[in-house]
Write a protein that binds this ligand. Structure first.
Ligand code: SAM
Length: 471
């Protein structure tokens, strides 16, 4: 039976409820009166239920879809302004005992090189990331209790936080490792992690069991209930996601929102982030062998509807997506992106992007400097800020500020400060010039094209002033 407050996977991600939701959405996809009513509700910026959102997803009326896009853009602006938070993944180990059929790290893959970073190698990777200007990492590892036990992950987190190189420091380590116990989540919390991220891959239990035929990840309930254990262990920021391409996207979309509703109902706070990865080509993985791939338009619609349905939840897009797709979905609601990512173990210390231990192919291969410049040229403020987490603005404290529309007051100045810091420490001359004009324009409300001329003589003075603030 469907019960969002239950702690049992089959009750809060209830298959019958999802099927009935999809049937309801199909019946009403041309019901313009209902669609208008749902859009009116969405304009209140308090979110939508999985049923309401599923009706919008099923709707194919071009005019209404445009309305959804417009609203998503507006909500994005209201809650997140023009800031985009930057991060990079750091792969620690690709040893894995699972059998996930879409991932090249699966245990049966005997030809992929297996690698686990030593602490010295972690240090070298982190220095390479700091030299680019990164301040926020998402650590990634396969599941292998012998090669990558939690103690190893904790040791790596400790190493990462301890490295202060030039003006660099990693200030927030988010963690994407396999579902684990409450006790282990407590240890991760004590190690000072930011968000605990775990992709559901698919909410469809039958498919899940087939896609994860062997290994601990085969246990659907244990995997699906992981966020509840994480929250019980004291982690108050959790990140959801499904791997689009594995199952029917409408099923996944409803499941994702039901999971968010469940966290809100049980813990009083929804997910901190939602990621929207799409299946990619990898060592022995051909995405075309999976039947449920989605095109770019459907992908954009999903992103827009996530933004409308859970306005307070950050949305993450990785370098799995091309520059073009990223540009489109950033406008529609994405608030965090990775830059200059390497999905291999030890990839950041190599000159050329190595492929031997890579988890999947990346589509956006630009340097961090290029990504930062591109964002600013499109009027976004790349933010390297991690202050919320260190100031205790996490979990329900973050959410209540966000719901009151106040998070901007903290984030906007911090974003500008950390961008300034990035420009001074890491940017190329060209990026620096564009960034300085953008910051001055933000501070003075003068259009950025004219600001550089007007403020030229004051730049140095202001630069020294701002330099005193370190976030
Ligand atoms: N081993 C952990 C787990 O089981 O959750 C960590 C996750 S893994 C390092 C990060 C994510 O990459 C997975 O959750 C999966 O969604 C995604 N992934 C795996 N294979 C992929 C592929 N071929 N294309 C795109 N994403 C993939």
């Amino acid at each position: 039976m469907y019960n969002p407050k239950s702690l049992k996977a089959e009750e809060f991600i209830n298959d019958t409820e999802i099927r009935e939701t999809l049937a309801y959405a199909d019946e009403n996809k041309d019901n313009l009166e209902l669609i208008d009513k749902i859009l009116e509700k969405a304009k209140l910026r308090k979110g939508l239920t999985h049923r309401e959102a599923s009706v919008l997803l099923a709707c194919e009326n071009k005019e209404k879809i445009e309305e959804m896009y417009d609203l998503a853009q507006q909500i994005k602006k209201d809650f997140y302004g023009n800031r985009i938070v930057m991060f990079a993944p750091l792969y620690l180990s690709n040893y894995c005992v699972n059998g996930c059929v879409y991932c090249p790290y699966h245990m049966k893959n005997k030809h992929i090189a297996r690698k686990k970073l030593t602490q010295e190698e972690v240090k070298a990777e982190v220095i390479a990331l700091q030299d680019m200007g990164h301040k926020r990492l998402a650590i990634e590892a396969g599941e292998d209790p012998v090669n990558n036990p939690l103690e190893y992950i904790l040791e790596c987190i400790n190493t990462i936080y301890s490295i202060k190189h030039k003006n660099g420091a990693i200030r927030r380590v988010n963690v994407n490792i396999a579902a684990t116990t409450v006790e282990n989540y407590r240890k991760l919390k004590e190690a000072g992690i930011g968000t605990y991220i775990l992709f559901q891959e698919t909410y469809h239990k039958e498919s899940y069991l087939q896609l994860h035929p062997t290994g601990p990840k085969h246990d659907y309930d244990y995997h699906t209930e992981a966020m509840d254990r994480a929250m019980e262990g004291g982690i108050d920021d959790v990140g959801l996601g499904v791997l689009f391409g594995l199952e029917l996207y409408r099923y996944e979309f409803a499941g994702l929102l039901m999971h968010a509703e469940h966290l809100e109902a049980v813990h009083g706070v929804g997910p901190h982030t939602i990621s929207v990865p799409r299946l990619k080509r990898a060592d022995d993985i051909d995405p075309n062998e999976f039947d449920n791939g989605i095109d770019d338009d459907t992908f954009a619609k999903i992103c827009a509807l996530i933004r409308i349905s859970v306005p307070y939840t950050g949305m993450i897009i990785s370098t799995r997506e091309s520059q073009e797709v990223r540009e489109k979905v950033i406008r529609l609601g994405v608030s965090q992106i990775s830059g200059a990512s390497r999905t291999s173990v030890g990839g950041y210390t190599e000159e050329e992007r190595p492929h031997d231990t890579e988890q999947f192919d990346v589509s956006d291969n630009r340097t961090l400097d290029e990504v930062v410049k591109w964002l600013m040229e499109n009027d976004y403020i790349p933010s390297f800020c991690t202050a919320c987490y260190r100031e205790g603005r996490t979990g329900d404290r973050f959410m209540s500020l966000c719901k009151a529309g106040q998070i901007q007051n903290c984030c906007h100045p911090n974003a500008l400060m950390t961008l300034k810091e990035y420009l001074m420490d890491y940017a190329s001359e060209e990026t620096k010039a564009i960034g300085e004009a953008l910051i001055m324009s933000e501070l003075t409300n003068i259009p950025k094209d004219s600001v550089r001329e007007i403020c030229k003589e004051h730049l140095e003075k202001i630069e020294n002033g701002i330099r005193d603030f370190r976030f």
